[in-house]
Each structure stands twice: as C-alpha cells, then as structure tokens.
Design a protein around this ligand. Structure first.
Ligand SMILES: NC(=O)c1ccc[n+]([C@@H]2O[C@H](COP(=O)([O-])OP(=O)(O)OC[C@H]3O[C@@H](n4cnc5c(N)ncnc54)[C@H](O)[C@@H]3O)[C@@H](O)[C@H]2O)c1
Ligand SMILES: O=C(O)CC[C@@H](O)C(=O)O
Length: 387
C-alpha cells in the first residue's frame, strides 16, 4: 500500500485515479508521495519514506529541488496542464489594461441609486475610454507552454507579436504561428513593444530580469504583464516607472504589499491556473506521474532527475537507483549484480545535470542484500526494489 499526502487541495478527478493500493494520509510522516500546488516546501523536513513530489502546476520555485535530489526524491511537475488557463487570463489582463473596464464597473456600482443612470452613464463614459489591442505590438519573453499559446492567440486578435526565448524547445517552435517574429535580442522587445508579457520560470538566472535598466529601454506608455512570478520583476523600479508615467500599467497575478493598491497596478490573487479545467488537468497528470514512478519506477516530467522509462516490468525483478551523475556508477552496479550472481536482462541509465537514474531489470528477484550493496556505492542516493 502506498501512502500519499496533499500539501494543497488537489482536484478530486485526479485523486480518483489512485486505486485501492493508495491511501491518502493526513500528515507528511510516512508518505511515499506528496502532491503540492503553491505550498512553500523550502525548510520543510521531509520524511525518509518520501520517494516523489508532484507539483500540480508548472512553477517549482516553492520546492527545494537540489535538497530533494540529494535525498533521492524525484520531483515532477505537470508541463502545459494549466497553460490555457493562464493564456486566457493574460488576454484578459491586456484588455483590462487597455480599457478601464474595472473603473467603469466600479463607477456603475457607485451610482446605483441614480434613477437616471442610463443618461448619466452616457455623460460619464468618456472617463473610462481606452484603446484597442489590435494593431499593437506584443512582446513575449519565454515561449514555453504558456508563451506560445499567448503568442498564437494574440495574432488572432490582430496584434503584431514578437517572441524571445533563447532556449525554446523544438515542440514549442513547431507550435508557433509563422506570423510571430522571432527576436534574438530581448532589448528589441523592450524598445519596440507596447505590451510585454513574461512567461519564464523563476530561477537564479531570471530573478529580477525585468529591472530598472530593462524598464528604461521600454517604450513610453508600455504595459507590463507578469503572470509568471513576482520576483522576476524589480517592482520598485516598476512603481517608479508608473509614477513617472513611463509605464502605463503593471498587470500582475502576484499580490504583495508593494503592488496592491499602488497607482497603475492591476493585481489578481494568483488566479492564472485557477480554473476547473487547469486544476483537473494538473491533478490528473500529477497522479499519473506518481503512479508510474511508484509502481514501475519510470520517470516522466521530472525537474530534478532525468526522464527514464522501461515500461511495465515483465521480468522477475526490477531495481531503480537515484544517484550522482559521476563516472564509474554503472560499473559498480553491474559488479554488485555479478557478485550476487544475478543476471541483468535489461538496463537503462540517464543523466541530467548533477543527477542520474538507473533502472535494471533482473532475471531473478532483487533482494535486500543487493539493495544494501548498491546503497554502499559512493554516489548512490536512493535504491528501490520495484519488483
Ligand atoms: N499565474 C499562474 O497561475 C501560473 C500558472 C502556470 C505557470 N506560471 C508561471 O509561468 C512560468 C512559465 O510557465 P510555462 O508553463 O510556460 O513553463 P515552460 O517551462 O513551458 O516555459 C518556460 C519557457 O521559458 C523559457 N526561458 C527560460 N529562461 C528564459 C530567459 N532567460 N529568457 C527567455 N525565455 C526563457 C524556456 O526556454 C521555456 O520555453 C512557470 O515557471 C510559472 O512560474 C504561473
Ligand atoms: O497551483 C496554482 O494555483 C498556481 C500554479 C502556477 O503558479 C504554476 O506555476 O503552475
């Protein structure tokens, strides 16, 4: 029986895919797997039993990836599962920044006692007039799951779209409309675009990437949209730019004391993925990843270990090993098997950065002695008997 724990509410349609061999626990202690959305896991003591963490979402900055890897805990996310939800909110954000829809609605509410409101509205509406997004230039930084959807949708709304992503995947490139201008230098986006939206992960290399210097390069009256993470943006510099009239609006999905209520900001409470469809998609994908990993040892969509799969084990035994990506590991593993007089029928090894993963199918069942001998190999982080 596997135990799983949810650190945030996870959609029931996903959890329903755990079968009778799984039990949800109230505490982290003893859990084999954890499902999480935005709960902060940094500093959390993780139990020895923990094998996997699945982020029902894209961003993994709330999870200590390296610490997990050092403990042989495989962390998954659910790429693309909530991208459409975010795309739709980005489009809404552009419209909210262009037309004073929120101001207009507030004014109507405030005038609710006015029996002649239809007439008053016709007089007052000029206060809430705006501009159209069609024909405007949109710059997209990061053309992953979300960026590419925003790019394609914006072209259909008549925008001229410029995309920047030096690490774009082949799939994302294939999915992009041919109308999108491929930008090699992010400054070209800063200098030319009326709307700029960022869709990159929060990493050491991207933290604060939209800084004072970047903002200074931007066009006067630019609208900046941030549905990725607040720490990507130097928000002090944004507030100064809004005050100076350099930036027209800052649309952000990340409420914090700095931006809430500040003139020129439009702030939502991290709603990008808060749709039934996105929540369901993420939960279904996360549960599928955890089950394949716990039951077969296969890794798909991990962010700290390589993807690695040998399908369902049809042989007598299977052992999996999370280990450091250093020379000599495979030789050491096969020596252990040779010493135990166990024949390896199939084997695969994949590396990703500092970490690697090895799967071995055996012609006889794996024993605890084999596990102990593998665990004793320098650089081994976690050994599991799958069968
Ligand atoms: N507001 C929300 O609710 C919500 C929902 C989903 C995701 N997000 C955030 O949005 C981010 C992006 O999500 P996604 O699903 O598109 O992820 P993704 O991994 O599919 O795409 C990220 C893209 O950013 C690119 N990139 C990385 N560094 C870059 C750089 N310096 N300059 C330009 N491009 C760079 C990558 O090559 C990749 O194509 C997530 O990491 C998360 O932080 C927020
Ligand atoms: O779980 C959420 O609601 C937010 C998810 C989002 O920030 C993500 O990175 O996928």
């Amino acid at each position: 029986m596997f135990q799983y724990h949810c650190l945030n509410p996870i959609a029931g349609v996903g959890l329903a895919n755990f079968n009778e061999n799984y039990q949800q626990t109230e505490s982290l202690e003893g859990a084999d797997a954890v499902l999480v959305r935005s709960a902060a896991m940094h500093g959390m003591e993780l139990p020895k039993s923990l094998l996997a963490v699945a982020r029902a979402g894209a961003g993994v900055n709330n999870i200590p990836l390296a610490d997990c890897a050092e403990q042989g805990i495989v962390v998954f996310n659910t790429p693309g599962a909530n991208a459409n939800g975010v795309k739709e909110l980005v489009l809404a954000g552009m419209l909210l920044a262009s037309r004073d829809i929120a101001g207009g609605i507030e004014w109507v509410k405030s005038d609710k006692e006015d029996g002649d409101i239809a007439k008053t509205a016709e007089k007052q509406k000029k206060k809430f007039a705006g501009c159209e997004i069609s024909g405007k230039k949109l710059g997209i930084i990061g053309l992953g799951a979300i960026g590419q959807l925003v790019a394609n949708a914006a072209t259909h709304l008549g925008m001229e779209v410029y995309g920047y992503d030096p690490y774009i995947s082949v799939d994302a490139a294939w999915n992009l409309s041919r109308d999108i201008h491929h930008i090699q230098n992010v400054e070209d986006i800063y200098r030319n675009c009326d709307y700029i939206t960022i869709h990159v992960p929060l990493l050491d290399s991207t933290k604060g990437m939209i800084n004072k210097a970047a903002i200074e390069e931007m066009k006067d009256g630019v609208v900046l949209l941030n549905y990725a993470r607040d720490l990507l943006v130097d928000e002090d510099a944004v507030l100064a730019a809004l005050k100076a009239g350099k930036m027209k609006k800052y649309v952000t999905d990340f409420a914090n004391p700095k931006v809430v209520g500040a003139e020129g900001t439009i702030v939502t409470p991290h709603l990008g993925a808060s749709t039934k469809e996105s929540e369901d998609n993420c939960a279904v994908m996360a549960v599928k990843e955890i089950r394949d990993f716990l039951e077969n040892g296969n890794i798909k969509n991990s962010v700290n270990f390589p993807n690695c799969s040998m399908g369902v084990c049809t042989g007598a035994g299977r052992v999996t090993i999370c280990h450091k990506n250093i020379p000599g590991m495979l030789g050491a593993f096969t020596t252990v098997m040779g010493n135990a007089d166990v024949n390896i029928s199939d084997m695969t090894n994949k590396g990703k950065g500092d970490y690697a993963y090895t799967m071995m199918d055996l012609e006889s069942e794996a024993t605890e002695e084999i596990v102990k001998a593998l665990e004793a190999v320098d650089g081994v982080l976690k050994v599991r008997i799958i069968k």
